[in-house]
Design a protein around this ligand. Structure first.
Ligand SMILES: C[S@@+](CC[C@H](N)C(=O)[O-])C[C@H]1O[C@@H](n2cnc3c(N)ncnc32)[C@H](O)[C@@H]1O
Length: 266
């Protein structure tokens, strides 16, 4: 633990924020912290796999108290940071966009997105399990303190966490949505409840990342649905392997919006 901390601090001292921004701008990507720095800080704040396992226990206890032990939608896991970062890049976050992690757990990926890009307007999460929601608020406080003590300026975007059911929460402001949906309700590989909810709430043009399951291309009689933009395979510690899908919310009545889709790999 001590060694990891010194390493992170050294990286911060060795590279100024201005230098980091210049390096990433040269590559056409604007970042607040590099991927390696973000990974190091997240380990400082959220710990190792055994800490993630403890959080899984918190989620299982909560599901038991609600009589929802068998509800796979409430399965807790923490998505692999490396694959998340690649998928986020493919969703092309733009200046002033808002990021949302739908089912944000302990807030780890909301805070990862916040650190990886310098140009968000807002990063937020929606989580139905209260102890996890409270953990995300506490971790955000810890992270701000950690960055301050390492003399790293915090990214400027606002961060907030909403405690609630995504089916009853307004998240229409989001431009880029991530959802670790591997165990969520589906018919075969196609997410059912989530496809419908996202098509109702999100604006055309919003990018959505789903994991291991797909959104419906057409969700209702008005032609609202999703266009597959990209997909990436990678390792994910919870599931060993994962496919992430990047979608764009479109209205299929606007046929000019359709672009050729890549061939699915299954
Ligand atoms: C697989 S975990 C992902 C956690 C986090 N996004 C990550 O990848 O590290 C899915 C989360 O979604 C939450 N969830 C499930 N159904 C939900 C709903 N209807 N509304 C809000 N959150 C929900 C679960 O409680 C759980 O914390």
């Amino acid at each position: 633990m001590q060694m990891a901390m010194s390493f992170v601090s050294f990286r911060f001292v060795a590279t100024s924020r201005k230098e980091r921004l210049r390096v990433h701008r040269d590559k056409g990507v604007r970042c607040a912290l590099s991927k390696a720095e973000t990974a190091g800080v997240l380990t400082e704040i959220f710990g190792t796999r055994s800490d993630a396992f403890d959080r899984k226990g918190i989620a299982m206890d909560d599901a038991g108290r609600r009589g929802r032990s068998k509800d796979l939608n409430l399965t807790y896991g923490e998505y692999d940071l490396d694959l998340f970062t690649k998928l986020l890049d493919r969703a092309s976050p733009a200046q002033g966009d808002t990021f949302l992690d739908l089912g944000s757990g302990c807030g780890r990926l909301v805070l990862a997105a916040w650190m990886l890009y310098d140009h968000w307007k807002r990063c937020f999460g929606v989580e139905i399990v209260d102890p996890l929601h409270r953990e995300s608020i506490a971790k955000y406080g810890d992270l701000r303190q950690h960055l301050a003590s390492s003399h790293v300026p915090c990214p400027t975007a606002s961060v907030d966490f909403i405690m609630g059911d995504l089916n009853e929460t307004d998240f229409s402001e989001a431009d880029v949505v991530f959802c670790y949906s591997t165990t969520w309700d589906s018919a075969g590989p196609v997410l059912t409840t989530l496809s419908r909810r996202l098509s109702e709430v999100l604006r055309p043009g919003t990018r959505v990342i789903t994991t291991d399951k797909m959104l419906a291309e057409i969700c209702d009689a008005d032609g609202r649905g999703f266009q597959l933009l990209d997909q990436i395979d990678g390792s994910n510690k919870d599931t060993f392997f994962s496919t992430g899908y990047v979608w764009k919310r479109i209205d299929r009545t606007n046929l000019e919006e359709l672009v050729p889709r890549p061939s699915p790999s299954f």
